[in-house]
Design a protein around this ligand. Structure first.
Ligand SMILES: NC(=O)c1ccc[n+]([C@@H]2O[C@H](COP(=O)([O-])OP(=O)(O)OC[C@H]3O[C@@H](n4cnc5c(N)ncnc54)[C@H](OP(=O)(O)O)[C@@H]3O)[C@@H](O)[C@H]2O)c1
Length: 334
């Protein structure tokens, strides 16, 4: 890999794309040249990188000649259509969508957990589901120490997880309610302002949603743990940014709060914020725009053998998307 690669951001104008550009700059990723790609709607728009305006161009099948790394965040359909062209042109794709995550020939990587899997790529590397990545930042170190068998979890997912249009929807609905106007819905099936929606993604015949099953399926692949089981309820909440997950985990070995805390304090990319007496615990307001995830509310689970409850928060636009993608790119240029 070129040590100063030509990098393309596909979906550069979106909620994740904007964060990718910022993260490349903030982490001093050795970008040689930056190409910004989006739909025809955004052609000519200018975005700033290292103090210079970069003009957005239209994504086409021919966009990838000479590009070394392409960070894709324009939705699964775009990834399915264009990532194979990019890979064929010799570019390594880091894909944020769910299009290739469960494909056996595509590594699914959280660098703090399975960075070595990056080496197995054949042109495409997948970034995991945001809720899964944030949960695993706390669960994986505990798994290494105590051996996780299964988890029961509920997520509290921010609207920016649905993209730029959903942020605008929450903002608009709050304004409409305050001004006693009729509430309009464009993104979610129900009002999201002052409400919670127990549906993220579409339903499967089992009654779980696709989002809920990603924790088990992607968790197994990332942790190299085929026996891992996860029963999850994913909930959309009227929070702008950062997902939170309440987890009850059952382990092979006995676990104490002190032993778990010691493990979590050593875990990369994770801060322990766990001082309930002083009302200190992770909250999405304070993990937003922060690279590290936070874990707290550690307690022995009263309903499981060898069980531990915890609460983990993380910025899903960063660890759940842009940061993780840039970390994968960093592995590529090492
Ligand atoms: N938001 C998150 O927290 C998050 C986390 C993990 C993964 N992801 C994944 O990342 C992807 C993007 O999510 P997002 O939240 O950033 O969505 P978003 O804010 O709606 O942005 C979508 C981006 O895709 C571009 N796009 C749409 N249609 C296109 C086309 N036909 N050709 C080229 N570009 C096109 C848009 O360009 P225009 O502006 O020109 O329309 C925009 O740049 C999705 O696959 C999502 O599942 C998102």
């Amino acid at each position: 890999m070129n040590k100063h690669p030509h990098v393309a951001v596909v979906g550069a104008t979106g909620a994740v794309g904007i964060e990718m550009i910022k993260t490349l700059e903030k982490r001093n990723f050795p970008v040689g040249t930056l190409t910004l790609l989006a739909s025809a709607r955004s052609v000519g728009k200018k975005l700033t990188f290292r103090g210079l305006a970069v003009t957005v161009t239209e994504l086409t099948k021919d966009s990838f000649a000479g590009i070394d790394i392409a960070l894709f965040s324009a939705g699964g359909g775009i990834s399915k259509e264009f990532a194979p062209h990019a890979a064929k042109a010799g570019c390594v794709v880091v894909d944020n969508s769910s299009a290739f995550r469960m494909d056996d020939s595509v590594p699914l990587v959280v660098p703090e957990i399975n960075a070595a899997d990056v080496k197995q790529h054949h042109g495409i590397i997948a970034n995991p589901n945001c809720t899964t990545a944030i949960t695993l930042m706390a669960l994986y170190p505990l798994h290494q120490a105590f051996g996780v068998k299964r988890i029961f979890a509920s997520s509290y997912q921010a609207v920016s997880g649905t993209g730029a249009k959903a942020i605008a929807e929450l903002e608009r609905q709050v304004g409409q309610i305050i001004h006693e106007q009729p509430v309009t819905k464009e993104v979610y099936p129900h009002q999201i302002a002052f409400n919670v929606l127990p549906q993220v993604d579409s339903f499967l015949p089992t009654g779980y949603t696709k989002e809920e099953m990603k924790m088990e399926n992607e968790g197994r692949k990332i942790m190299h743990h085929p026996g891992f089981r996860a029963s999850v309820t994913c909930v959309r909440v009227p929070v702008y940014r950062s997902h939170s997950v309440a987890v009850s985990a059952e382990f092979e070995k006995p676990v104490t709060v002190a032993a778990a805390r010691a493990v979590l304090q050593r875990a990369p990319g994770l801060d322990v914020v766990d001082d309930p007496e002083n009302k200190r615990y992770p909250m999405p307001l304070f993990t937003s725009e922060k690279y590290n995830c936070e874990v707290g509310r550690l307690r022995v689970d009263c309903a499981l053998d060898n069980g531990l409850c915890f609460w983990v928060c993380g910025d899903q636009l960063l660890k759940g998307a842009a940061l993780n993608a840039v970390q994968i790119a960093e592995e590529l240029v090492k």
